[in-house]
Design a protein around this ligand. Structure first.
Ligand code: ZN
Length: 107
């Protein structure tokens, strides 16, 4: 999966950086950095692990943009950022079907 260089999250442009040795240096698969408006993904990730990590970091960025970081404790945020991507990947075929149907009905 080739990732775009940028993604718009609620009107703010975030760079998506794939760093070949990010996981070796940080011990994490990914990071979202609101100050730098960047999402960093370990370049060694492949397949579903990469998909889950990208969605996980996008969730963190979205929560930051929504101001939920002030409302959610870090454990709850982390749990949501873990569970929502797993839910989306597990149900991807149904979600894609719904989105295609919705797009087909657009004028
Ligand atoms: Zn996280």
């Amino acid at each position: 999966m080739k990732l775009p260089k940028y993604i718009d999250i609620m009107g703010r442009k975030y760079r998506i950086l794939v760093e070949p040795h990010y996981g070796d240096i940080s011990g994490n698969a990914g990071l979202q950095c609101p100050d730098k408006r960047a999402i960093i993904i370990d370049g060694k990730l492949k397949g579903e692990e990469k998909s889950l990590t990208v969605i996980h970091e996008l969730m963190h960025a979205l929560f930051h943009r929504l101001g939920l970081k002030q409302v959610l404790d870090s454990g709850t945020e982390e749990m949501l950022c873990e569970m929502i991507p797993v839910f989306l990947v597990e149900h991807r075929e149904l979600i894609i079907k719904i989105l295609r149907s919705a797009n087909a009905k657009r004028p």
